[in-house]
Design a protein around this ligand. Structure first.
Ligand code: SF4
Length: 337
């Protein structure tokens, strides 16, 4: 676990590692999923530190990359989370996608066991594959909770290994932790309307206290009301509004139904794709309308407002003093125990 400059968390941890064939070194690996992956910083860092002893040169965050080695749990990374005794926010997997199809669920069990053992920490999981996340969290075995059984299976001899951590849990012989774990937040990335329409409804089915989206890099306008790619002419309405007394309500709830947090950010870097300031403003206004917390991370390197380049000093658009006042919002949802 290491300190991070990512504004919406305090630390990041990457326990799901990759060992390229022919190498003894751990590195990271992932597979690009959608246009939001185009300027993946994790991929550039992994490229720079790719082990020289590997049997192949760096194949990129691709299917070939995934096939070029094996995935392992870095126990040292994982257990470093247990040492942290103060409340904080931890982002799991900023160098990969922990819910990649290639990650065995038993490895994710180990991560969840650590989350169960650290109720004072908020654990944030973000994926571009919410369908895999839903499958994991809806699994019958795991539905019963993170049990002593799961923890023991994950670690072999955990009760002896972490006696003090176990003291923190309301565990008895058949001990169950609440499921979903109240300190686990689940999120999905949505770079434009298409991916918001596809991913948000799946994410919101994942049993969790907090569902969030990361609209970064924001490369298109997103309406959190009604999925435009599904209903380009507006949602199907219940009736004219007079027949049943509904006052003209759409049949389906808004797209964001079930979301508690929206994180927004423009792309950074020399080849950053443009973000129109109005897109961020629209998300903020939707959040106000639907009662969702909003967190403006950065405006990005290539943000335009009324056709003019907005950011002058900070290359990432991360200096709040350069932002319009109304967008200087960094909220988190209140979570009841
Ligand atoms: S899912 Fe995340 S880590 Fe994986 S390629 Fe895309 S941006 Fe990079």
């Amino acid at each position: 676990m290491q300190k991070t400059s990512i504004e919406w968390c305090d630390y990041s941890v990457n326990p799901i590692k990759f060992r390229p064939f022919g190498s003894q070194f751990f590195t990271n690996m992932c597979q690009r999923r959608s246009p939001g992956c185009q300027a993946c910083y994790a991929e550039s860092i992994t490229r720079r530190f790719w082990p020289k002893t590997a049997t192949v040169s760096f194949p990129g965050y691709t299917a070939q990359g995934i096939a070029a080695g094996e995935f392992v749990v870095d126990e040292k990374q994982l257990l470093s989370v247990l040492k942290h005794k103060k409340p904080c926010k931890v982002f799991w997997g900023d160098m990969t996608d922990i819910f990649g199809e290639w990650v065995p669920f038993t490895m994710i069990d180990k991560c969840m066991a650590v989350c169960a053992l650290t109720p004072h920490i908020t654990h944030q999981f973000l994926t571009k594959r919410p369908e895999v996340m839903l499958k994991y969290f809806s699994n019958e075995i795991r539905n019963g909770g993170v049990t002593r059984g799961i923890i023991e299976e994950a670690y072999g001899r955990p009760a002896r290994f972490f006696p003090s951590a176990f003291d923190m849990l309301p565990l008895n012989n058949n001990a169950d932790m609440p499921w979903p774990l109240p300190n686990v937040w689940v999120g999905t990335s949505c770079e434009n309307q298409k991916y918001a329409d596809e991913r948000i409804p799946i994410l919101c089915q994942v049993p969790a206290k907090v569902h969030f989206i990361s609209a970064e890099p924001l490369i298109g306008d997103i309406d959190l009301g009604y999925p435009k790619t599904i209903w380009p002419n507006g949602p199907e309405m219940c009736c004219s509004g007079r027949e049943c007394g509904c006052q003209g309500m759409p049949i389906e709830p808004p797209l964001c139904y079930g979301l508690q947090l929206v994180i927004c950010g423009g792309e950074s870097g020399p080849k950053a794709r443009p973000m129109r300031y109005e897109w961020a403003e629209n998300l903020l206004n939707d959040c106000k309308r639907y009662g969702i917390s909003f967190f403006m991370k950065q405006l990005g390197s290539n943000v335009f407002q009324n056709g003019e380049h907005r950011v002058k000093r900070d290359s990432k658009g991360g200096d709040m003093s350069e932002w319009p006042h109304e967008i200087r919002v960094r909220e988190f949802p209140e979570v009841s125990a």
